[in-house]
Write a protein that binds this ligand. Structure first.
Ligand SMILES: Cc1ncc(COP(=O)(O)O)c(C=O)c1O
Length: 290
């Protein structure tokens, strides 16, 4: 990850990130009892902010924590962090935990205030080599919990899977359960099969990706699209594989488990998708984020 910008937001205050402190009794630290979002800022404008804040609300509802800020409150935090950075391309990380109690109890404590934290870092643009050659992936059996639709800060499963992929020389782990392809360790996944874009349906087994939705909107009227169960073995015969996330945009996966996908380079559909996304970001640059 790129070095973060200096200013962060913590519980209503803006302060230097290096000086921000939370208690070791915060339930985020003790139980990973919290949720997060990663909002990209492109051309100076938070991208799909309403959708990210809606998913934050859904995640908080999923763990029964009330949202410490409303839409305009979070929007103000993002605008302030973005303007402090003076950058046009950023990633803003938001985290809310159940809060800090005196002690350690599994049951929800009464009358605790959620902890809200946010900081910004430069957007990690894909390298020229990634755009020219694509990414390598491996398929791995999903070891995560059963509520992957909640964007929980309990990411140990994702961390172990991503590290396993890296140890095997790959850039991403494509996760499978019972032979079905679900998503990447930190991305949504798409297959291009005979000119149709295919992606697994939202369920408790995957995170409802904001970039996935952006891709689905941008292909409307151009590529036919099917949202359906995807067999992991279909990777062997598909033409292209893409991954999508707020932090990586839409990138081509050109080898899986050491075997080339399609012809082994970024495919023509991905190139068109990438161009459409860049155009879309230019088109909406000066429109309100919400
Ligand atoms: C497990 C998982 N799936 C999918 C995504 C993609 O979601 P988004 O496009 O909203 O970043 C992420 C992003 O971090 C993720 O961690």
């Amino acid at each position: 990850m790129a070095t973060p910008y200096a200013t962060c937001y913590l519980d209503g205050e803006y302060l230097p990130l290096l000086e921000a402190r939370i208690s070791p009794l915060d339930r985020g630290f003790l139980f990973a009892d919290g949720v997060y979002e990663v909002v990209p800022v492109h051309r100076g404008r938070p991208f799909r902010l309403r959708e990210h804040l809606k998913r934050l609300d859904d995640s908080l509802r999923g763990i029964r924590v009330s949202n410490p800020l409303d839409e305009s409150g979070w929007s103000a935090v993002l605008q302030r962090l973005a303007s402090e950075s003076a950058a046009r391309e950023l990633l803003i990380y938001l985290q809310v935990t159940r809060g800090t109690e005196y002690g350690r109890n599994h049951l929800f404590p009464k009358d605790v205030k959620p902890t809200a934290f946010a900081f910004a870092s430069p957007y990690p643009e894909p390298s020229a080599a990634t755009l020219e050659q694509g990414l390598r992936a491996v398929t791995l059996e999903d070891i995560r919990w059963d509520r992957c639709d909640i964007k929980s800060i309990a990411l140990l499963g994702n961390v172990l899977l991503r590290q396993e992929a890296a140890d095997r020389g790959a850039d991403e782990a494509l996760l499978t359960r019972n032979g079905l392809l679900l998503e990447g360790s930190s991305s949504s996944v798409f297959l291009c099969v005979g000119g149709t874009l295919v992606t697994p349906p939202n369920s408790h087994r995957i995170l409802p990706g904001t970039s996935r939705d952006a891709v689905l909107e941008l292909v409307a009227g151009w590529l036919p699209c099917e949202i359906c169960d995807v067999e992991a073995r279909d990777i062997a015969s598909c033409d292209e594989v893409w991954i999508a996330s707020a932090g990586r945009g839409v990138l081509p996966v050109t080898s899986v488990n050491g075997k080339p996908v399609g012809r082994g380079g970024p495919g023509p559909l991905w190139s068109e998708m990438y161009a459409r996304l860049q155009q879309h970001l230019d088109d909406i640059a000066s429109t309100p984020a919400i």
